[in-house]
Design a protein around this ligand. Structure first.
Ligand SMILES: Nc1ncnc2c1ncn2[C@@H]1O[C@H](COP(=O)(O)OP(=O)(O)O)[C@@H](O)[C@H]1O
Ligand SMILES: [Mg+2]
Length: 269
């Protein structure tokens, strides 16, 4: 008998509100879904709908106002080694080289120097930065800095990798290359990935399932499965099956905008 994949993450009736002197801002409303071990989930939705809020909650950086998030059944109450987050803007330490940045989680864990160096070399190779170990972040292109940030998150050896629009600031070509690199990495390592993107093409190319959120406060409009064979690569972007998924995603986003009318019209104080 083949065991069915287990639930790794569970988001249950999650509400998040930010209470400010000028009033309460609702960011997420009753968001519930499960992520299976090894799944690649993409999260799409209009700007300001609470995507980053959701990732920060899963990373244990923001407590839910109501509801809960669980990792293997245990409520997430703070940052955990098992969950790695890559922010939208690569947050590398400017006074450390690429290799020293990537080594940081290993240092914090007290890994011996020789093992650390070997692991960093593997990670550099994996994200295509071999040869740049001694370079400082300010000399890297946006794409390279983002890859270094991904390598650092992987150094933590997380069970779940949370990526917040990791390719947001990159040009189209670099973006596609990064998507290809991420696909290859995921296909090799079978991590569980939850990635926010504003590109519906990217979501359809990468994901097993795409979670579509409404305008703020973010609610789930639909969860759309992408039934395309793996391994995948960017040449699939031209495939009619992928394009039909893209149309479905766009329609779901549009439905969300229509349903969202009047709900999110009050400005933030
Ligand atoms: N720490 C915070 N304090 C107050 N409001 C916040 C905070 N973080 C996010 N928000 C607000 O919550 C809403 C959702 O933000 P965010 O999750 O960043 O959206 P997205 O990532 O989908 O663009 C926005 O209106 C944003 O201004
Ligand atoms: Mg965001």
């Amino acid at each position: 008998m083949i065991a069915s994949p287990e639930t790794l993450l569970e988001i249950k009736n999650l509400y998040t509100a930010f209470v400010e002197p000028e009033g309460t801002l609702e960011a997420l409303e009753d968001v519930s879904f499960k992520v299976l071990q090894g799944e690649f989930i993409c999260l799409i939705g209009p700007s300001g709908c609470g995507k980053s809020t959701l990732l920060r909650t899963l990373a244990g950086l923001l407590p839910p106002s109501k509801g809960e998030v669980r990792l293997r059944g245990i409520p997430i109450r703070g940052p955990e080694h098992a969950v790695g987050l890559v922010f939208q803007q690569p947050t590398l330490l400017p006074w450390r080289t690429v290799a020293e940045n990537i080594a940081l989680p290993l240092e914090l864990r007290g890994q011996p120097l020789a093992e650390r160096q070997q692991r960093v070399a593997e990670l550099l190779e994996m994200v295509g930065l071999a040869g740049f170990e001694a370079t400082y972040p300010q000399l890297l292109s946006g794409g390279m800095a983002q890859r270094a940030a991904i390598a650092r998150a992987l150094a933590q050896n997380p069970e779940v990798l949370l990526l917040d629009e990791p390719f947001g600031s990159l040009d189209a070509l670099t973006r596609e290359r990064m998507a290809a690199a991420l696909l290859e990495l995921w296909q090799r390592q079978q991590r569980t990935v939850l990635m926010v993107t504003h590109s519906v093409d990217e979501a359809a190319l990468l994901a097993d399932r795409v979670v579509v959120l409404s305008p703020r406060p973010g609610r789930i409009i639909d969860i759309i499965p992408v039934r395309l064979p793996r391994p995948r690569d960017p040449s699939l972007l031209l495939d009619p099956r992928l394009q039909s998924v893209v149309r479905e995603l766009r329609q779901a986003l549009k439905n969300g905008e229509l349903q969202g009318n009047g709900r999110n019209s009050q400005p933030k104080a």
